[in-house]
Design a protein around this ligand. Structure first.
Ligand code: FES
Length: 146
């Protein structure tokens, strides 16, 4: 095999592997079973979440927002290639390629192609908050606690 041909094949295989990894990372946010994540996640008590703040739950790549009216859950996974977002002074910032999102998860600047995903929130019978990872909701959704 000629050197040029070998390098071309290695580059092609590398591109395919990178594409598969990127697609898997992206799909994880919509299909939690790909990563082995549970569909419903118990995240503790309401008072574990300070009013008026986004709290990152690292184990589940989620931000939980609580205000005086209710609780919301937002994916912390960038819709570009799946990096975990950081909370900025306003909105969220991706440390990998710089996408910025507002506090509603809307893309402000690329390269991410889509807004962040919000998830349904409820409470279990024992009062613990539950995030339903298989149930995306509209950004305006809020689990009412009053
Ligand atoms: S993974 Fe977030 S901008 Fe690329």
């Amino acid at each position: 095999m000629k050197r040029r041909s070998f390098i071309g094949k290695v580059a092609g295989i590398t591109a395919v592997v990178a594409g598969v990894l990127a697609a898997t990372g992206f799909l994880k946010q919509f299909y939690p079973f790909i990563s082995g994540r549970k569909h419903s996640i118990r995240i503790g008590n309401l008072h574990d979440y300070p009013v008026g703040t986004f709290t990152l739950i690292k184990d589940h790549n989620l931000f939980v927002y609580r205000d005086h009216e209710g609780v919301r859950a937002l994916s912390a996974v960038c819709t570009h290639l799946g990096c975990i977002l950081e909370k900025g002074t306003e909105g969220f910032v991706c440390p990998c390629h710089g996408t910025t999102y507002d506090d509603e998860g809307k893309v402000l600047s690329g390269p991410a192609p889509r807004n962040l995903v919000w998830y349904k929130v409820s409470r279990s019978q024992d009062g613990k908050l539950v995030i339903h990872m298989n149930h995306p909701v509209k950004p305006a959704y809020k689990y009412n606690i009053s």
